[in-house]
Design a protein around this ligand. Structure first.
Ligand SMILES: [Zn+2]
Length: 269
C-alpha cells in the first residue's frame, strides 16, 4: 500500500494509544508522531530503488547486486523482508527505548534495572511505535504476490505471509478516507474530553476496530483479482482497473477530488 495511507494508519492507531496516556498534549503528540513514524519505517527497505543507491551503498558495502536486484529479491535486506517482520518491530522499538534512556540526562548513573524501568515508563510511546509498524505489515498483505509472495512477517523464518492481490499497490482512496475518518473521530473524542462515563479509551478503540473492519470488508469485496507472481505485463490494466473500482465505490464527485489530490502528490498514492 502507499506510504501516505501507511503513515496515516499509524497515526490512527496512535490516537487509540494516546487515549491511554494521562499526560498532556505534548506527550500525546509524541505518541501520534512516533506511531506515524513506525508505520512509515518498514518501507525504508525500498531505499535500494533510490537512484544513488548503487553509487553510495553499493560501493560502500561492495554489494554484488544492484539496488533494483536487491529490491526485487528475497535477501533479508530486500523489500518486504526483515523490515516487514514482527521481530524488526520489536528490535527497533527496544533500540529506540534504550537510546532514549542512554541519552537521557535525568537518570544517572545508568544501570540495567534503570533501563528496564525506563522502558516501562516509555511503554505508551513504544506501543504506539509497534502499533504503527504492525498496521503497515497488515496493510501490505492484501497487495499482489509479485516476487515476494507477501511480507516476511515471521523473519528469520523464510515464509512470506499475504500477497493475496485483493487490492492494488495504491489508489486505495477508500481506505485512505476511512483512516482519515478514524483519526478525526478519535481526535474529537480526545479533545472534547468526554465524561468518564463515555470511557475515551474504549470509544477510541471501538472507532478503530469499526474502521479496520470496514477497511477489511472494502478490500475483500473489490471483486477483482489483482494478483500476479513475479512481474506482470498487465500492470497498466491493473492500474486502470484499481481507479475504475474507486470511481464505483466513491462516486464521481469524491473520486474526482481524490484523483486531483493524487495528481498533486509526487508519490504513488
Ligand atoms: Zn511496506
Amino acid at each position: 500500500m502507499d506510504i501516505i495511507t501507511h503513515t496515516l494508519s499509524g497515526v490512527a492507531t496512535g490516537t487509540v494509544v494516546m487515549s491511554f496516556s494521562p499526560k498532556g498534549y505534548k506527550a500525546k503528540l509524541g505518541i501520534l508522531s512516533i506511531s506515524g513514524f513506525g508505520a512509515a519505517l518498514p518501507d525504508l527497505d525500498a531505499i535500494s530503488l533510490w537512484s544513488r543507491f548503487d553509487n553510495l551503498f553499493g560501493r560502500l558495502f561492495n554489494l554484488e547486486h544492484s539496488g533494483k536486484e536487491i529490491y526485487f529479491s528475497k535477501f533479508w535486506y530486500s523489500h518486504h523482508a526483515f523490515l516487514h517482520s514482527i521481530l524488526a518491530a520489536i528490535i527497533i522499538a527496544l533500540l529506540i527505548g534504550s537510546l532514549t534512556y542512554l541519552l537521557s540526562s535525568k537518570q544517572k548513573p545508568k544501570s540495567f534495572s534503570g533501563l528496564i524501568s525506563s522502558l516501562v515508563n516509555q511503554k505508551l510511546i513504544l506501543i504506539g511505535f509497534l502499533s504503527g509498524f504492525i498496521i503497515h505489515l497488515i496493510e501490505d498483505m492484501p497487495t499482489p504476490s509479485c516476487v515476494w509472495g507477501g511480507v516476511n512477517l515471521f523473519w528469520p523464518s523464510h515464509g512470506y505471509v499475504g500477497g493475496t492481490g485483493d487490492t492494488w499497490w495504491w489508489n486505495n482512496y477508500d481506505i485512505f478516507l476511512i483512516v482519515i475518518t478514524i483519526i478525526i473521530l478519535n481526535l474529537v473524542v480526545s479533545l472534547l474530553r468526554p465524561s468518564n462515563r463515555l470511557h475515551p479509551k474504549k470509544l477510541t478503540s471501538v472507532i478503530l476496530i469499526i474502521g479496520f473492519s470496514i477497511s477489511l470488508i472494502q478490500i475483500k469485496t473489490r471483486g477483482f483479482d489483482f494478483n500476479y507472481t513475479g512481474h506482470t505485463t498487465r500492470y497498466d490494466e491493473f492500474e486502470v482497473k484499481s481507479k475504475e473500482l474507486q470511481r464505483d465505490i466513491l462516486g464521481p464527485g469524491i473520486y474526482n477530488y481524490m484523483e486531483k489530490l493524487d495528481n498533486k502528490i509526487p508519490l504513488n498514492f
